[in-house]
Design a protein around this ligand. Structure first.
Ligand SMILES: C[S@@+](CC[C@H](N)C(=O)[O-])C[C@H]1O[C@@H](n2cnc3c(N)ncnc32)[C@H](O)[C@@H]1O
Length: 230
């Protein structure tokens, strides 16, 4: 998180968020703050509670992981607030998205154009995800995969692998980062052909390099083209 986010959390009267994320910030929440935590899948409910609490004159913080504007709660809060015709000011405070966190751990794989694609087909049809994977793979962009796999949802990753290997060389470097910047962080650099042999879950971000990505002293670097011999 950024210092601005930290201050907002410290000053909040009410904190709303998914239980797992609330636990991660427990130590900076005011002792007398009201905490409203919930489960995955109850996003609309949480957004409505947050707007209601703000309408009651509370300083409310709705928590997302990483950046709230990247597969986070920012959009839904703005939509609900508009529907409720509220005039309370809403600040979207940017955070460090998993792509940036994972990239920094791996080296510098996203130094040039890249695409971020979520493999979650809960809100996006699989066909649309496949098309985005296909076009990004054809365009020789580095690709970051969010929501790669969960228990019982392995099909999108297998499909993604099939699509990417049609266009991307099998020995292209791939970085796999779990729990970035959290307790239990792991990171591994492998190749596209070995992607499906790795341990991948819902707290994993996968970074697939492009044709300019190579290993530099063990780090994954997408070479931008500077002449460093001069
Ligand atoms: C619903 S998206 C939320 C993204 C979040 N708003 C962000 O900006 O990072 C959840 C996905 O983000 C990625 N992710 C979030 N936090 C992560 C972390 N600490 N380490 C690795 N991947 C993470 C995983 O791919 C996970 O499945």
């Amino acid at each position: 998180m950024t210092p601005k986010v930290r201050i907002a959390i410290e000053e909040a009267d009410v904190i709303v968020g998914y239980g797992t994320y609330i636990k991660l910030i427990q130590n900076i929440i005011r002792k007398d703050a009201e905490i409203i935590s919930g489960t995955m899948g109850k996003e609309v409910e949480r957004a409505k509670i947050a707007v209601k609490k703000a309408n009651e004159n509370n300083k409310v913080v709705m928590v997302s992981s990483g950046d709230p504007g990247v597969y986070g709660m920012a959009g839904i809060v703005l939509e609900v607030a508009a529907q409720e015709k509220t005039t309370i000011p809403i600040d979207i405070l940017p955070g460090i998205t998993a792509a940036s966190a994972a990239s920094a751990i791996l080296g510098a794989p996203l130094i040039s154009d890249f695409a971020v694609i979520s493999l979650s087909d809960l809100l996006t049809p699989l066909g649309k995800i496949e098309k985005r994977l296909e076009l990004a793979s054809q365009a020789d962009m580095s690709i970051v995969l969010y929501n790669p796999q969960s228990q019982g949802r392995i099909e999108p990753l297998i499909k993604a692998y099939e699509i990417m290997t049609r266009y991307i060389q099998p020995d292209t470097p791939v970085g796999i980062v779990r729990q970035a910047d959290r307790v239990g962080q792991t990171a591994k650099i492998t190749t596209l052909k070995n992607l499906l042999n790795e341990e991948i879950d819902m707290v994993t971000t996968i970074v697939i390099g492009n044709t300019a990505t190579k290993l530099v002293n063990g780090k994954m670097v997408t070479v931008r083209g500077y002449d460093i011999t001069k």
